[in-house]
Ligand binder design. Structure first.
Ligand code: GDP
Length: 447
């Protein structure tokens, strides 16, 4: 899923460090270098990475750590904290207030997904009981208004714009005035992303902001723009004061480090991620669960939410019960695969599991993961009830059984071994949940 490659490399770096017999200066350096390389490859700004490394080395002073200290934990925590710091500016983003009209202006280059994101943002709030409205202030590009109109109509959101008027400021002001009169509480202004000259675009943004006095300016960026993110975000931030960032097209992206750079350039938080072309392919962005996933540490609370969403209600109590007992069998794995296939969204779920193989997620290539899971299920179809229900298949299933299962399901022994590897990983994760207080729907998770 999101930032697949980066996540894989970061998890590997942490894992290698965890696997080292003793954690000395060399192991720490190797780990940090690997992390820096991964971030650099993902287009995170070089200075940010350099600072991060310096900070971690300051925190993790191996010489001063007493022998009893868990160095691995301290290093992992320092990496986690530093990545969070990169994404968390400490400045909370403006959120629209109930009972008050807020104006939100969207800026970003053409093609970044601005118009789509405006509608997603409106739709997201509409579902929560807001009365949003969309204003098209892009008079530069022919067809911009039609596109917004089409999106808005689909989502049943009031909109306005003009085919005739060429002054975007006039159109924006009129639109904002009108929707204020109509008691809309969230007025969203979509702007142009292109001009004959770049300078003219930024001047237009400045004028629009001056005239409509937005409570929040959101910078929209395509996750694939790479190193350009920093300067692009900075340029917009110079003409209008950017208060939040939305990163689009994050669903199959290997490179997404630009998001971290945009945060640094604008000192503003990422608030949503676009994860597809559809209206509801839009996720609230949370720093800590995101970084957990990035480091392969899993996101247990997100995982529990997904369980509530995915597992049929009548199966939930039983599953949660088993979860709290920490007993994990191949049959449970089979049933969960089945649920996931029915939902068609296992990619999202598995990315939340600590240690779950990232290549099963295949960097957002859902179809590949799906085929793999179906193959695993075929293998399990060739197993006996006893094998499916034991909590220790290793004891029960020897080499000749593995050979038989492979033959019975038309797979190779290697594939069966992979399946068991996945099982072991999941079982390990499962055992971590043992004794967890099972949260109610939407509740917090606590140990
Ligand atoms: P604008 O020029 O910045 O207004 O960009 P548009 O809203 O017209 O989007 C450009 C293209 O990107 C369109 O084809 C959108 O459907 C697509 N798009 C926008 N957001 C996402 C996203 O999160 N994921 C994917 N896959 N496509 C997106």
């Amino acid at each position: 899923g999101v930032l697949g490659d980066l996540s894989g490399s970061l998890s590997r770096a942490i894992k290698n460090m965890n696997n080292a017999t003793i954690v000395d200066e060399k192991v720490l350096n190797d780990c940090l270098n690997e992390i820096c390389r991964a971030l650099l490859k993902a287009d995170v700004n070089f200075d940010l990475i350099k600072n991060m490394k310096i900070n971690i080395k300051k925190i993790v002073n191996l010489d001063n750590l007493a022998a009893g200290h868990n160095k691995r934990k301290i290093i992992q925590q320092a990496v986690f904290d530093e990545l969070c710091k990169m994404l968390d500016t400490g400045k909370p983003s403006f959120t629209p207030k109930r009972g008050k009209t807020s104006v939100v202006m969207f800026v970003g280059l053409q093609g970044s997904g601005k118009t789509t994101t405006c509608t997603k943002y409106a739709y997201h709030h509409q579902k929560k009981g807001w009365k949003p409205a969309l204003v098209c202030a892009d008079t530069f590009r022919a067809g911009a208004f039609d596109q917004l109109k089409q999106n808005a109509t689909k989502a049943r959101i009031p909109f306005c714009g003009s085919y005739m008027e060429s002054d975007p400021v006039k159109v924006a002001v009129q639109g904002v005035e009108r929707f204020k009169k109509e008691n809309c509480d969230l007025i969203i202004v979509d702007t142009s992303g292109r001009h004959q000259q770049e300078a003219a675009l930024f001047e237009e943004m400045r004028q629009l902001a001056e005239a409509t006095k937005p409570d929040l300016v959101i910078f929209v960026m395509d996750s694939s723009i790479g190193q350009a993110a920093f300067s692009q975000a900075q340029a917009f931030n110079r003409s209008v004061s950017v208060g939040a960032v939305i990163v689009t097209k994050t669903e199959g992206q290997a490179k997404g480090g630009g998001a971290l750079s945009a945060v640094a350039a604008t000192k503003s938080p990422v608030i949503f991620l676009g994860t597809g072309e559809h209206m509801d392919e839009f996720e609230v962005f949370d720093v800590k669960p995101f970084v957990s996933r990035l480091l392969g540490m899993g996101d247990l609370s997100g995982f529990m939410d997904k369980i509530h969403q995915i597992v049929p209600t009548d199966q939930q109590p039983e599953l949660l019960q088993r979860l709290s007992e920490g007993s994990f069998t191949l049959r449970i794995m089979y049933e969960q695969f089945q649920n996931l296939l029915n939902m068609g969204s296992f990619n999202q779920v598995f990315s939340m599991l600590p240690g779950f193989s990232t290549d099963l997620m295949a960097n957002g290539r859902d179809k590949e993961g799906e085929r793999k899971i179906k193959r695993y299920m075929t293998m399990m179809d060739s197993m006996t009830n006893e094998e499916l229900d034991t909590t220790d298949p290793k004891k029960l299933i020897n080499e000749s059984r593995i050979l038989r299962i492979a033959r019975g399901s038309g797979c190779q022994v290697k594939d069966v071994m992979n399946m068991f590897e996945e099982y072991r990983r999941l079982a390990k994760m499962w055992s971590k949940m043992k004794g967890l207080k099972i949260p109610r729907k939407g509740g917090d998770i606590s140990a």
